[in-house]
Each structure stands twice: as C-alpha cells, then as structure tokens.
Design a binder for this molecule. Structure first.
Ligand code: HEM
Length: 419
C-alpha cells in the first residue's frame, strides 16, 4: 500500500520490493551485500526518496533530503521522552554528546572543541608523520602484508591513543572494545539482542577504563587531551565526571574505526582503479582533493539517524513528532542529481574550479564531525606515503571478508603486495 499521508505517493516496502527487487526484498544491509551495497542503494534511490524498511522505519535515499534533515534543528537525536529510539537501552545522559540535542549538545561541544583547535591539529602532524613512517617501514620490509593489520588499523589507534594518553600496553584491549562499540551507531531495531548486549558491555568497559585514566590525570596532568578536558573550563562551566567519561569513550571510538575504514576501503578502491592510482602517484599535490573523493566514494559510516522533534514534512511524507528516520549517507554521496558520474572514482573531482558539492561522510550541521581535520590529516599523510613508497601496490588474491556492522563498512583484512 502506498503511504499517501500528504498526497504524494511514497511506496512502501512491499510495493517497491515487487517493483525493483525481482529476487526479494531490499537486502543492502545484509552481510552478503557488504562487498558492494551500492547497486542496491541506487535501485532504492532511483525508485523513491523514502523507503520503509520492514522494521517500520523510513530510509531517506537522496542528497538534498539528507542535507535538509541534517541541517534542520527540528530533526534531532532524542525523542519527546528524551530517549534515543535507536538505542533505547541507554539514558541520554549516559551517552556522549553525539547523541545529545541543544542546549546540552551546544554546551558540551563548545567545551570539548577547545581541545580540537586548528592549532592543536597542526601540532599533531609530527605524530601522524612519525607513525605512518614507522608502520610503512615495517610493512615494506615484509613486502607482503595484510594492510588492515599492518597499517589501516594501527595508524588511527596509535594516533588517538597517543592523543588521549592511553599507554601502549593497553592499546590492544582498548582497540577490541572500541571495535565492538562500532556497533553503537547501528540502529538497535536492526540488531540481534546479542549485538546490543555486546555494545552495552563495550561501553561499560570503555567507561571503566577511562574512569581510572581520568583519576590519574586529575592527580598528575600531562599534555594529553584527557588532561586538557579535565581542566577545560569556560565562564565557570566544566565537564562533569560522567560527561568526561562519555566524551573520552566517544573520542576513542569515533576517532578510530572510521579512519581504519577509509584507509582500507580507499586503498582497495585505488587498486581497482589503477589509472587513478597512477594519477595520484604522479601528482602528490592532489592528496587533499583525492582524500575528499575517497570519502565520498567510500563513506565509513553508511547511515546515520534522526528523530522528528515536531511534525515534519520530508519528500512528500509527514513524519509525526517522535518518529525516527535513517539517512543513507552512502547513497546521498552518489546521488546522480548532484554528482556527475557518481559511481566513478575521480580523484580530481574536488580539485576542479567548480568544486563538487560537499560530501556527507562527516555529516553536516551542528553534529559535523569534530575530528574531521584530524581524520583528513591522517588520511592525507597515510595515503601520500603509502602511494609514494609502494610503487608495486597490488591486491593479493580477491577474497575479501567484511564486518557485519550496518553503518560502519570495512573489510576485516586486505592482503597486498607493496614491493
Ligand atoms: C574518516 C574518519 C571519520 C569519519 C568518516 C567520521 C564521521 C562522522 C560523522 C558522520 C559524524 C556525524 C554523525 C551525525 O551527525 O549523525 C561524526 C561526528 C563526530 N566525530 Fe567523526 N568521523 C571521523 C573521524 C573522527 C575523528 C578522528 C574524531 C576525533 C578524534 C571524530 C570525532 C567525532 C565527534 C566528537 C563527533 C560528534 C560531533 C557532534 O555531535 O557534535 N571523528 N563523525
């Protein structure tokens, strides 16, 4: 049955599935589609701006709709009862400010932003360069490696751990719970109970870990971000213990798996488009534009979510206050009405005079990624050195296995030859 709430027909799943998926229902989030979900997303996008998932929640598929939701304050994160419908097992105050609405979000983001100034990010460059160089020295000496294990995973883990002051001995353990927490951005209603229990446990592990680290920094501050957040203060306002804990867990988690994903998926995309790889190698100055294009082409977070704070119109449908919505960032980034030849990897796209519209991979609006400058730094230096130092870069074998996560999309391993 078509939803005619506002007079414009928005086809529901059954009708669409009959129309566009001869072989069944939309399965773009299923593990067997993780390798290449894009044709599934495109089929939805061509057919409809809003698709109702069997679980009852709508999926927005087009760029301008996603932008209008992300930049509209009446689309927020918590419902009218102060609950995030995608993670109802948590009270909002036990979640980091990524999940908060103004005025709380405004206050927390302002305080935490003090540790992410352009000056601070510029000061992190030597750490990133050093780490990239060391990891690639080892990988090149080995010649053939799993690029995820040797480079894409450790680079952001080391960088964010160094910045937060997580000692080397703790990193393997911290990396493990942070990876499980990658499930934190998946809509709970699409997850099996075991995964919901695992992400809740990972959150508890993260909080317990940072409780100790924060206690140590209160007594003996260093020059790391945790010490800075402990001391941060604006007009008498400070972060409470709970706010500090939630922020540290979020920074570790947000600053890690997403970057792993671009390094791994981006390298695969370049190896599959050898002319683009050659172009980058011959023009190292293109790195900033090329990274932007990789972010568009392979967004680590494929979806994000919002909740209507009051009755809202979108793409011809009326959403009641409290109704939730999933934004398919990965299809918005490839909307043919916005991006020319959207399925083509074109590392010059963002270098041309009439620059392409902004990618949604870091979000947009008040929740725009706080760590975008750090992520870009790691990606530019990481890809630059990888491409320059490994002229023989090539995939070994063609079997790839992908994480089962819905939002975060990355492969488990990427065997490559570097020399
Ligand atoms: C390629 C890497 C990254 C990607 C693709 C990414 C993506 C995103 C996206 C899409 C959002 C907004 C979500 C929404 O509005 O629903 C976000 C928010 C955020 N990100 Fe990132 N991120 C990356 C790296 C980082 C890093 C390195 C850090 C910090 C160390 C970080 C910290 C944050 C924080 C704190 C927020 C919450 C901002 C707010 O709610 O105001 N991210 N990120």
């Amino acid at each position: 049955m078509a939803d005619t709430t506002s007079g414009t027909a928005v086809l529901d799943s059954d009708e669409l599935d009959r129309n566009i998926f001869d072989d069944g229902v939309f399965d773009g989030f299923e593990p067997h589609r993780r390798g290449d979900p894009y044709p599934r997303y495109r089929a939805l996008q061509d057919a409809t701006p809003l698709y109702k998932l069997p679980e009852g929640v709508y999926l927005a598929t087009r760029y301008h709709d996603c932008v209008s939701v992300l930049t509209e304050a009446k689309w927020g994160r918590a419902d009218v009862n102060g609950v995030n419908p995608f993670a109802p097992e948590y009270k909002i105050e036990n979640l980091p400010f990524l999940w908060h609405d103004p005025p709380d979000h405004t206050r927390l983001r302002r305080l935490v932003s003090k540790a992410f100034t352009p000056r601070a990010v510029a000061g992190w460059r030597p750490l990133v360069e050093r780490t990239v160089t060391r990891l690639l020295d080892d990988a090149l000496a080995a010649g053939e490696v799993d690029l995820v294990e040797a480079f894409a995973y450790p680079l952001p883990l080391i960088v964010i751990s160094e910045l937060l002051g997580v000692p080397e001995a703790d990193r393997a353990q911290v990396g493990r719970w942070s990876s499980i927490l990658g499930r934190g951005v998946d809509p709970g209603l699409l997850l099996p109970p075991d995964d919901i229990a695992a992400r809740a446990q990972a959150m508890r592990d993260g909080v317990a870990y940072f409780r100790e680290l924060i206690a140590r920094r209160r007594v003996e501050p260093t020059d790391d971000i945790v010490s800075e957040l402990v001391a941060v203060e604006e007009q008498g306002d400070v972060l409470s213990e709970l706010e500090l804990l939630n922020t540290c867990v979020m920074l570790l988690n947000a600053g890690f798996e997403t970057t792993v994903s671009v390094l791994a998926n981006g390298t695969l995309a370049l190896m599959r488009n050898p002319a683009q790889l050659r172009l980058w190698r011959a023009n190292p100055d293109i790195a900033t534009a090329a990274v932007e294009e990789l972010l568009r082409y392979e967004p680590p977070l494929q979806i994000t979510t919002r909740v209507a704070h009051e009755e809202m119109e979108l793409a011809g449908r009326t959403f009641a206050a409290g109704e939730s919505l999933v934004l398919l960032i990965a299809s918005a980034n490839r909307d043919p009405d916005v991006f020319a030849d959207p399925d083509r990897l074109d590392i010059t796209r963002y270098g041309r005079q009439a620059a392409a519209p902004s990618v949604l991979s870091f979000g947009k609006g008040i929740h725009f990624c706080l760590g975008a400058a750090l992520a870009r730094l790691e990606l530019e230096i990481g890809f630059d050195q990888l491409i320059r130092r490994s002229p023989g870069l090539a995939q070994v074998g063609d079997e790839l296995s992908w994480l089962d996560n819905i939002s975060l999309r990355r492969m488990r391993a990427l065997p490559v030859r570097l020399r």
